[in-house]
Ligand binder design. Structure first.
Ligand code: GRG
Length: 309
């Protein structure tokens, strides 16, 4: 057996898990798969705009979670790769639409000009629509060596997570809450479990569904994902205050500017950090029955609180 850094592991010992090596390897695989997923064809303008944002970098956390979960419950990277790419397509389209003047009105994303700044609002809207539709086509048409009913379940879960019951619903309540710093914790939780949490949960659950996870495993993995989803957003709110534009790759301090209620505005920075840490501990507890096999998902949960962008 070899560790993630390639060193041989003495017999009887578990390999030390090196998150940075793991992330680099997975990011490279995902980048290559995303590049292949979307060729530049006619009409080039729209494919160029879709590729501009899809291949603009980013941590690729969602596809990596999807692959890791599929492997955890006995599947392979190949089985989950089309779904993992679809997750990043949907995440990217949500960022393109979120950045539009009608929503958050941002000029920078992932360290580059936003899609509408480069291609105009009309094409940016269509690039988002194109990515959303293609994501579902890509799972249905490209998934191999997985029974059709598992693929169908994953598509149904994802559709639910992305529409008005998930991302879209979260975004609507977020827009309604702008300029209302008096928003209470319950509304804030609704916004973030839907706007951010639903897609992260879909990544984890769909990866597991493709591998044929049992209901008990699905329930544990779903709770893991809900906990990391909320922790992810708490850290996002903290970084909006503490990180620079260079670190974030987008405008910093936007929440304060838009008079948005955030976790730090409700609880203060220190309590917010402690709550995020507590959620990560709860997420990791869900993985206990999986033993050493869960090392990647444990490390990915820890990464969420350590990240600087
Ligand atoms: C999904 C149909 C459909 C429409 C979009 C605009 C919208 C509806 C929803 C907004 C969703 C949104 C932008 C949520 C924020 C999620 C978030 C915390 C993004 C940052 O994620 P990172 O840090 O970014 O993983 P990178 O760039 O690393 O991928």
């Amino acid at each position: 057996m070899v560790a993630t850094d390639g060193r041989p592991v003495p017999k009887g010992e578990s390999p030390a898990f090196d998150l940075s090596t793991y992330l680099k390897g997975r990011q490279a695989k995902v980048e290559a798969a995303l590049d292949r997923s979307l060729p530049l064809i006619y009409p080039e303008k729209i494919y160029e705009a879709m590729r501009y944002s899809l291949l603009a970098g980013g941590k690729r956390l969602r596809p990596i979670l999807c692959l890791a979960t599929c492997e955890l419950v006995g599947g392979t990277v190949e089985m989950a790769m089309p779904t993992a790419c679809a997750m990043e397509m949907i995440h990217t389209m949500s960022l393109i639409h979120d950045d539009l003047p009608a929503m958050d009105n941002d000029d920078y994303r992932r360290g580059k000009l936003t899609n509408h700044k480069v291609y105009g609002e009309d094409i940016a809207i269509l690039a988002g629509d194109g990515l959303l539709a293609y994501a579902f086509e890509y799972i249905a048409a490209q998934t191999q060596n997985v029974p059709a009913e598992r693929v169908l379940k994953a598509i149904a879960w994802l559709g639910h997570a992305v529409g008005a019951a998930g991302l879209v619903g979260g975004q609507v309540v977020d827009l309604e809450s702008e300029g209302r710093p008096d928003i209470q914790e319950e509304t804030l939780n609704y916004i973030h479990t839907h706007k951010t949490g639903a897609l992260l949960e879909a990544c984890v659950v769909c990866g597991a569904l493709l591998a044929g996870a049992t209901d008990a495993d699905l329930a544990r993995l779903s709770r893991y994902a809900q906990n990391i989803g909320l922790a992810f957003q708490i850290i996002d709110d903290i970084l909006d205050i503490t990180a620079t534009q260079e670190e974030l790759g987008k405008t910093a301090g936007k929440d304060l500017q838009a008079q948005k209620a955030t976790y730090p505005s409700l609880w203060g920075l220190e309590t917010s950090k402690a709550k995020a840490q507590q959620l990560i501990e709860e997420a990791k507890a869900q993985l206990e029955p999986f033993g050493d096999k869960a090392q990647p998902l444990i490390a990915l949960a820890e990464f969420i609180t350590m990240r600087t962008n």
